[in-house]
Ligand binder design. Structure first.
Ligand code: COA
Length: 260
């Protein structure tokens, strides 16, 4: 598959996806959203041997500086709601990916950029990273899931303040509030993300997918997370990976998981 605004770099069982609009601080125009939908919806699910994805923005000034504001000027009456609906659907593809997706954030993660980072399973920030939902500065609100996910990560009080003021968090504040998993010196973000994914890749891939599915159920109001956990547990106990994992423990050797 080919992408206009994404660069895919494959390295062993990992794929690095670079949003490649550096001059626009990697702002999410509709083409980039289509590319993300294609990658996470159609491409990645067919790559059985992939064990992790790193998502980042080109250059070191921004992960993503938001939805592309220049495209907003051509919005007509129904477009806003459709844009939000579609954006949310794309980000659900990421959040519901069976393969772990780690956002590497250098510079700005604002608006749709912060929302995109929050749709990933984990976030590694460089020390100059900045996070925020500044949509109110434009007279709008977050539309790609930000009003919901920011509360999930940092709680209602601080999320309300950030969305009403448009203020930015620096990397340390984002870490303290639980928005990012690790803060590392500038330039070491990729290495940290790879270290994390390499560790996860030694575990049962099916189990990792079921961890994601069970965690997601906690945040879906139409689902009983405990019941989902039971279902997922039942499925993994039937897997070849489980037999291998238990056998490897008994034989005191590393497990050789296949994802089956
Ligand atoms: N959409 C479209 N283009 C954007 C953009 C966005 N969200 N964010 C930045 N850009 C473009 C700028 O228009 C500029 O392009 P130009 O050189 O053709 O004028 C380029 O990226 C560099 O941005 P600039 O504003 O000059 O950089 P800065 O360092 O002075 O400021 C930001 C950086 C991120 C603080 C500032 O660009 C900004 O506030 N961006 C909008 C953030 C936002 O509101 N996001 C939510 C959108 S709903």
């Amino acid at each position: 598959m080919s992408y206009q605004n994404l660069i895919l770099t494959e390295e062993g069982p990992f794929i690095t996806v670079t949003i490649n609009r550096e001059k626009a601080l990697n702002a999410l125009n509709q083409q980039t959203m289509s590319d993300l939908a294609q990658f996470f919806g159609e491409d990645l699910p067919h790559r059985e041997n992939v064990r992790g994805v790193i998502l980042h923005g080109a250059g070191d000034r921004a992960f993503v500086a938001g939805a592309d504001i220049k495209e907003f000027t051509s919005l007509t009456d129904d477009d806003g709601a459709n844009m939000a609906r579609r954006g949310q659907a794309v980000f659900f593809l990421i959040e519901r990916s069976k393969v772990p997706v780690v956002a590497v954030i250098q510079g700005f993660a604002l608006g749709g950029g912060c929302e995109l980072a929050m749709a990933c399973h984990m976030r590694i920030a460089g020390e100059k990273a900045r996070f925020g939902q500044p949509e109110v500065n434009l007279g709008i609100i977050p539309g790609y899931g930000g009003t919901q996910r920011l509360i999930q990560y940092i709680g209602k009080s601080k999320a309300t303040e950030l969305m009403m003021t448009g203020d930015m968090l620096n990397a340390e504040e984002a870490y303290r509030l639980g928005l990012v998993n690790h803060v590392v010196p500038q330039g070491e973000e990729m290495a940290k993300a790879k270290e994390l994914l390499e560790k996860i890749a030694t575990k049962g891939p099916k189990a990792i997918g079921k961890v994601i599915e069970s965690i997601n159920a906690y945040y879906q109001y139409d689902q009983d997370g405990f019941a989902k956990e039971v279902d997922c547990f039942g499925e993994v106990t039937l897997s070849e990976d489980f037999k291998e994992g238990a056998q490897a423990f008994i034989e005191k050797r590393p497990a050789n998981f296949t994802g089956k």
